[in-house]
Design a binder for this molecule. Structure first.
Ligand code: MYR
Length: 132
């Protein structure tokens, strides 16, 4: 399926401003900029397994489209929400458990790259991944 495979982060856009809005201090933002994030995505019907590997952690999450799950971000912030298919895109609507603010994530394939767009409190960032 479209998202299946191992995706290694290639570049980011506006991630520093985004992470500042999310509340990360300068040191954490600097570390996050070099996290060497790799996502291995496997789809079985509407069920997805995402194995995450970075300089800081390894984790695995299993979720179904349209079904709410909890997820811990790299800095420990917990969110709850779900992914839904909208055409060729997956749109994730998550709420932070600490302050109730909404975090939207769009996952799509553009020109063979996987592009993840993050929107939080009016600030947008992108991370662009290449297939290994
Ligand atoms: C600029 C970096 C922003 C980082 C924000 C991370 C948002 C992750 C949202 C939830 C992801 C669920 C698991 C997954 O499908 O990968």
């Amino acid at each position: 399926m479209a998202f299946d495979g191992t995706w290694k982060v290639d570049r980011s856009e506006n991630s520093d401003e985004f992470l500042e809005k999310m509340g990360l201090d300068t040191m954490k933002r600097k570390l996050a900029a070099h996290d060497n994030l790799k996502l291995t995505i496997t789809q079985e019907g509407t069920k997805f397994t995402v194995k995450e590997s970075s300089s800081f952690r390894k984790s695995e999450i299993v979720f179904e489209l349209g079904v709410t799950f909890n997820y811990k971000l790299g800095d420990g912030t917990e969110v709850s929400g779900s992914w839904n298919a909208e055409g060729n895109k997956h749109v994730g609507k998550f709420k932070r458990l600490d302050n109730g603010n909404e975090l939207t994530v769009i996952r799509e394939i553009i020109g063979g790259e996987m592009v993840q767009t993050y929107i939080y409190e009016g600030v947008e960032a992108k991370r662009i991944f290449k297939k290994e």
